[in-house]
Ligand binder design. Structure first.
Ligand code: GMT
Length: 376
């Protein structure tokens, strides 16, 4: 089967899931996968005979204040479908990929080519950006026009039904995110741990795109409370609009020597391998892929209880969940987990839970969706 995958090529979770799915499908030798994106997807970092990358060429012109990316993307989809004789388009993140796919589908239809479109909803395309009135009619329409729709959690499915005018004929299938357990596993990195925690301190970690929705400032607040009780250090991984403010906060509270901002990293599994606890206090989180990556590396999770997080993090088993903004509760739970008599059990439970979301378990669910839409 020849599949075109459209996604954001950046570090965001939706791009990661799309790229890892494409790589996993290509590895079976049953699929040829063509990525159609404006840049090389970050995780598309090796050569495989079944993987292809087609760059969307965005031309600008003085008349355009906003270059029409959606049109360039739709045109690229049309060309790739025709040139490569694709069987199916799978678009990740509704905006603007689902509506661009609808446009491409109509253009191809006029030329006698019928291409099914599968849309995967990831989170902010529904819960934040998509439901805004500036996008809602287009998002509703393009979800309803997709031949198959998946959502990364039950919570995201329910929010989609709540916020959008979804027709009863549109069946949204929940396909959770997944993890490559061979790549994401605890590695021995004692030298690295020693460099960061020279006196055997516990190591807390946060990884995000540091947008407001991630509430990374709550991570610093939790850390400030925990370090009064337990010697610990904090790694802040990723980059985004809040980063400078977060660094300033660390100076303000006198913790700058115990907090390290590492920026964007490709080998996340290496830093996770030395961490004792992951903090995800997000205001919204449809799934929490970064938390799953941590769990696979035996790192328990302190998170908020929003969106899809209760479908991943098991209260009192793989970590704890608190109401958004309840940093006192998060700090209390962190201190509980970090006790030497509790930590090994939480670590083992985290890995065990991550195994439910193995690539091998989840990939067939996407393949089922492909089979269904091709039969329609
Ligand atoms: O979290 C982000 O801001 C990135 C965003 C994305 O679309 O790239 O992540 C969303 O999709 C991920 C992959 O499915 C989910 O694991 C994240 O929970 C989700 N983010 C939010 O819902 C805020």
């Amino acid at each position: 089967m020849k599949i075109g995958i459209v996604c954001y090529p950046t570090y965001g979770g939706s791009g990661v899931v799309a790229t890892e799915l494409g790589k996993a499908l290509a590895a079976t030798d049953r699929y040829e996968v063509h990525f159609i994106t404006y840049d090389q997807p970050t995780r598309l970092d090796f050569f495989n005979k079944n993987l292809f990358y087609h760059k969307v060429d965005i031309r600008t012109y003085p008349l355009f204040k906003y270059p029409p990316y959606e049109l360039a993307l739709a045109s690229s989809m049309v060309q790739v479908v025709k040139n490569e004789q694709l069987d199916l388009l799978h678009v990740h993140y509704a905006i603007p990929h689902a509506s661009a796919a609808f446009m491409a589908k109509q253009i191809l239809k006029a030329q006698g080519i019928d291409i099914p479109v599968v849309t995967t909803l990831h989170g902010t395309d529904i819960t934040l950006v998509g439901k805004d009135e500036t996008f809602e009619p287009v998002v509703s329409f393009s979800i309803n026009q997709s031949d198959g729709v998946t959502a990364v959690s039950e919570s995201l499915k329910q929010q989609t039904l709540e916020y959008f005018d979804i027709q009863s004929s549109t069946d949204i299938k929940v396909v959770p995110n997944f993890i490559d357990l061979d790549r994401f596993k605890r590695q021995k990195k004692d030298h690295f741990k020693k460099a960061i925690c020279p006196n055997g301190e516990k190591l807390l970690i946060h990884i995000s795109n540091m947008r407001k929705v991630k509430r990374a400032s709550d991570v610093i607040k939790v850390f400030a409370k925990v370090r009064k009780e337990i010697p610990c250090k904090l790694l802040m991984v990723g980059d985004g609009p809040e980063r400078t403010h977060l660094e300033e906060t660390c100076y303000d509270i006198g913790a700058c020597h115990d907090v390290r901002f590492l920026g964007k990293l490709d080998t996340i599994e290496e830093v996770l391998s030395v961490a004792d606890l992951f903090i995800m206090p997000s205001a919204k989180e449809s799934f929490g892929l970064a938390a799953l990556e941590a769990m696979a590396c035996e790192v328990p999770v302190i998170s908020s209880n929003v969106g899809g997080l209760p479908e991943l993090n098991i209260q009192g088993v793989t970590g704890f969940m608190s109401d958004v903004g309840d940093v006192d509760d998060m700090a209390r739970n962190t201190i509980h987990i970090l006790q030497d008599e509790h930590l090994p059990t939480f670590k083992a439970n985290a890995r065990k839970r991550a195994e439910d979301f193995s690539l091998e378990n989840i990939r067939p669910l996407y393949e089922e969706v492909y089979e269904q839409v091709l039969k329609k």
